[in-house]
Write a protein that binds this ligand. Structure first.
Ligand SMILES: Nc1ncnc2c1ncn2[C@@H]1O[C@H](COP(=O)(O)OP(=O)(O)O)[C@@H](O)[C@H]1O
Ligand SMILES: [Mg+2]
Length: 220
């Protein structure tokens, strides 16, 4: 079953000589439960694509559907709610709130949505990610790898349709990078999540079920 599809996405930035076709006729399908790596050289359009998949940016033409919902049919408010319930984001810089504990950070999207926290699930996820003993710590007291694992827990806890991770290991050393991605991958299987990760790292890309390669805004 496809959990996410795009049809003929295009996005152009700038005009005249400065024009860049960041995405050019991109049609992809991602099946439920897949662990996908999006690869390509710097400037090839990976972040632009991921932002469209998550409804953070809108295409000039073409469409994105997540769980059968065409994102272009939603107004801003509906999109914000849809995103919170269906898309988990993991960013290179973790994006944790510095004055909230690890536990408060990872449960924040549920609180914003007025959803009760499934404590046994928090325990399973945080044990899996080996951060269960760090729940009361502020992000500033955690290592980069631990902060990213908190961000991954935050993404997993909403049980989204898909988790989108843009260079999630960009600020980590190679040992921590492989550990974080291994945990992300095994969490995906254990908790039946679908994950698309943008990476430059060939070793990480090789861990994926499938690679989507883009160059000059085109899938190749
Ligand atoms: N907001 C923007 N304004 C102008 N150009 C942009 C913008 N965002 C991305 N681009 C251009 O679009 C192309 C694709 O960018 P991006 O998706 O960030 O690539 P990647 O993530 O693969 O490095 C690049 O040439 C980049 O300079
Ligand atoms: Mg990028």
């Amino acid at each position: 079953m496809n959990i996410l599809t795009t049809s003929q996405l295009t996005k152009t930035y700038g005009t005249g000589d400065a024009q860049v076709h960041a995405l050019n006729d991109v049609s992809i399908e991602i099946e439920a439960g897949e662990f996908i790596a999006i690869v390509g050289s710097s400037g090839s359009g990976k972040s632009t694509l991921l932002n469209m998949l998550g409804g953070l940016d809108t295409p000039d033409s073409g469409s994105v559907s997540v769980r059968g919902k065409d994102l272009s049919q939603l107004n801003n408010e509906e999109l914000t709610v849809f995103r919170r319930r269906n898309i988990g984001f993991v960013f290179q810089n973790y994006n944790l709130v510095p004055i909230l504990s690890a536990y408060e950070n990872m449960t924040l999207p549920l609180k914003l949505d007025g959803v009760a926290v499934d404590e046994p699930y928090v325990e399973r996820v945080t044990k899996k990610l080996a951060i269960h003993e760090k729940l009361d710590q502020l992000p500033g007291n955690l290592s980069g790898g631990q902060q990213q694992r908190v961000a991954i827990a935050r993404a997993l806890l909403t049980k989204p349709a898909i988790i989108l991770a843009d260079e999630p290991t960009g600020n980590l050393d190679s040992k921590n990078s492989l550990e974080v991605v291994s945990l992300l991958k095994s969490s995906a299987y254990e908790f039946h999540q679908t994950i698309a990760i943008v990476t430059h790292n060939e070793e990480i890309a090789q861990m994926a079920d499938r690679m989507i390669r883009i160059e000059d805004g085109k899938v190749c």
